[in-house]
Design a protein around this ligand. Structure first.
Ligand SMILES: Cc1ncc(COP(=O)(O)O)c(C=O)c1O
Length: 427
């Protein structure tokens, strides 16, 4: 039976125990303003004309609208000022095409061209969905039937096996192995090829990877692509951390690899790039032959992603290159603060190449080394005041997860410094 997400459980325990929450991958800092404004403008502006009017509205216009008295305007609540600007006509708080606003699908096409070098057709290949979570679920259902097998790399994001279970699919696991000397995580291609059967339909590939921080290189992607072509396997890629890359690493999109466009579903979302995990806007780029099915599934389950938020996301995707290029810098600083802190109490960690997690070995931390990952995580919440996620939560087979805890460093520097102060108690 599908169980409660351990990651969400850790967040709940963090809140109950006033712990610094480094368990779930979401920030405590503001969402990207341009995007937030785009959502507000759509919701208040109501129509494209209304949005254009709002975008050009000055304080002087507001003054005229509210009767011309500066005194009166100064005393008004912002909420009441904004009400005077609300358009009585509305299109953007209503249903839109279930598969997404045309302007957002166009923006996704441009964005994909800009960053991945190919332009999916907004009419036949792009479907806007409720975040990467729905993107993965809908893609799996569009490709597979109950009884089919999918390949998942462990450690994994917990939703992959849970969704497989709901859909009656059998998840088969291959294991990324930490190479501490080389400072990276490695995949054994013969293990991958060996697990394929006549029922294997899909390989789920997450790069940059949660929880290890691995960024698959072009050579690795190419080797995986060759195996998938040889065995007629479709790849679903989870690219939600595509811009969070360290030390000049490049994100490679599987759909841009030779001969892979027609066998790749790209799943992406603004949850991490927009600092807005609660917005629930993502997309699937599917091979044309599957798009009708993807859209029918999506419409039947949830109809659509929120219309005004889709308008906000158009703004996010249009941000200039420097926004995306600079994104990793702040994360790199945060990563350093947390890495220094946990290493000083005995954790061992391979530096992440991308994403925003540390998957750290605690077997040399005196206070934790004799504990199971769950006991270690509970101890850290209750006795130290920091929430993490037990490593075995990311594994289905074997015991490789038993020595790890996962830390998310996407929180504010102040939160990370507070966590560091609390960890110092364990020195
Ligand atoms: C690898 C990965 N995929 C998907 C998700 C969920 O994405 P969304 O919030 O867009 O559904 C997460 C969230 O942490 C994640 O780490």
């Amino acid at each position: 039976m599908v169980k409660e997400s351990t990651i969400r459980l850790m967040t709940r325990l963090a809140n109950e125990n006033q712990a610094v929450n480094l368990s779930q991958g979401f920030t405590d800092e503001s969402a990207i303003y341009e995007m937030v404004w785009g959502g507000i403008a759509a919701s208040l502006g109501g129509t494209q004309d209304g949005i254009d009017r709002l975008e050009g509205t000055t304080i002087k216009d507001v003054l005229d609208k509210t009767g011309g008295s500066v005194e009166d305007l100064m005393g008004m609540k912002l909420k009441d000022v904004l009400k005077t600007l609300q358009n009585p006509k509305d299109a953007y708080n209503q249903y839109c095409y279930p598969f997404g606003l045309v302007e957002l699908r166009n923006a996704i096409a441009e964005y994909t061209q800009r960053f991945q070098g190919f332009r999916p057709d907004p009419e036949t290949e792009i479907t806007v969905v409720l975040g990467a979570t729905e993107g993965l679920f809908t893609s799996l259902r569009a490709i597979c039937s109950p009884g089919d097998e999918i390949i998942v790399m462990q450690p994994y994001h917990e939703m992959y096996p849970s969704q497989a279970e709901i859909l009656g699919l059998e998840a088969k696991y291959i294991t990324l192995i930490e190479n501490k000397e080389k400072g990276t995580w490695e995949l054994d291609y013969s293990e991958l090829e060996g697990i394929i059967t006549g029922k294997t339909k899909v390989l789920v590939l997450n790069t940059p990877h949660n929880p290890t921080g691995k960024v698959f290189t072009r050579d690795e992607m190419s080797a995986i692509a060759d195996i998938c072509k040889k065995h007629n396997i479709i790849v679903i890629t989870d690219e939600i951390y595509e811009h969070i890359l360290y030390d000049g690493r490049k994100h490679i999109c599987m759909a841009a690899m030779d001969g892979m466009r027609e066998r790749t579903f790209v799943v992406n979302a603004i949850s991490k790039t927009g600092n807005a995990t609660g917005w629930r806007v993502g997309w699937i780029i599917s091979p044309q032959a599957y798009t009708t099915r993807v859209r029918a599934l999506h419409d039947t389950m949830v109809i659509q992603s929120p219309t005004p938020l889709q308008k906000g996301v158009v703004k996010l995707l249009g941000m200039d290159d420097s926004f995306h290029k600079n994104m990793p810098n702040e994360y790199a600083r945060k990563c350093q603060v947390l890495t220094d802190s946990i290493k000083s109490i005995g954790f061992n960690v391979t530096p992440p190449e991308g994403s925003y997690y540390l998957f750290a070995d605690y077997t040399n931390v005196p206070a934790l080394k004799s504990m199971t990952p769950m006991d270690a995580a509970i101890f850290l919440i209750k006795e130290v005041g920091v929430a993490t996620v037990p490593g075995d939560n990311f594994y289905a087979i074997g015991n490789s997860g038993d020595s790890y805890l996962r830390f998310a460093f996407c929180r504010s520097i102040e939160s990370l410094e507070e966590a560091a102060r609390r960890f110092a108690k364990l020195r």
